[in-house]
Write a protein of this length. Structure first.
Length: 95
């Protein structure tokens, strides 16, 4: 059975020089979409602990997009706010 070149390209995983996965629709279904409030909370709550690759896969976005968004939120002073919101919501769901 032959696989078309288009299908082969879709399933190929490519990495940049910094070993970050390039955009792939199979792994990055949220690419180009706005971040939801819940995604921003998750990003800020786990970025420093889980690492870029893990967060990227969890959010369905490229590593570069995730890193850029986190840096932007940090410059705006919003990381702690979103982190706090995540844990407050999590505690509320546990009761």
């Amino acid at each position: 059975m032959q696989i078309s070149l288009e299908v082969a390209k879709m399933y190929a995983i490519e990495y940049d020089d910094a070993n970050r996965m390039r955009y792939n629709p199979r792994f990055h279904p949220n690419h180009g979409k706005q971040f939801t409030e819940e995604e921003l909370e998750y990003l800020c709550a786990f970025y420093e602990h889980d690492g870029l690759k893990s967060i990227s896969m969890a959010l369905g976005r490229t590593e570069m997009t995730v890193a850029t968004k986190y840096t932007h939120l940090k410059k705006l002073g919003l990381v702690e706010q979103y982190r706090r919101q995540y844990w407050e919501r999590w505690r509320g769901e546990q009761t």
